[in-house]
Design a protein. Structure first.
Length: 165
């Protein structure tokens, strides 16, 4: 290796080399590496870099699990934020948000709409829709809002939309 390549390799090796003491509940194992005192897995490992054996830091099992959980929570928060943005831009008339099955009178049309929501996955798979018709003031918009506000249908649609983004 020429001098500049050798210097770059040395800088890389030094950057990743873990010369540190155990912290908190960590301890040094029989192999000379640092272990986590909680899960008892390695917090350091040996790797060969440019023909030289080096000790580098790594995440122990519980730290990996914590990081995965943190990432899952972060992704869930981002997903919920996307859904919130989609919902807020989708329903402009805020009074429609109050139209829900729990405040609806129990009649055959409401029961039919509830059944549609309860069986949404099957209806979607079978490519079945729901046709609402009638004169002005018969509750078509109310039933449509109840379905949208039920969560089951709208969440599945929003999830599909966010996954395609």
């Amino acid at each position: 290796m020429n001098d500049s390549a050798s210097q770059i390799a040395k800088t890389i090796m030094n950057r990743f080399t873990a010369e540190r003491q155990p912290e908190g509940n960590e301890y040094i194992g029989e192999d000379g590496l640092i272990y986590c005192g909680k899960c008892h897995t390695k917090a350091q490992t040996r790797v060969e870099m440019f023909g030289v054996q080096r000790v580098v830091n790594c995440m122990c099992k519980c730290r990996c699990e914590e990081e995965a959980e943190r990432k899952r929570r972060e992704e869930e928060q981002e997903r919920l934020e996307r859904i919130r943005r989609l919902k807020s831009s989708g329903i402009q008339e805020k009074h429609l948000l109050e139209w829900r099955f729990d405040v609806a009178d129990d009649n055959k049309d409401i029961r039919m709409a509830k059944k549609y929501v309860e069986n949404w996955s099957k209806a979607k798979a079978d490519n079945l829709g729901l046709l609402l018709w009638g004169d002005v003031g018969t509750g078509k918009s109310f039933i449509a809002a109840c379905i949208a506000n039920s969560g089951n249908v709208i969440w599945q649609i929003v999830m599909e939309l966010t996954q395609s983004m």
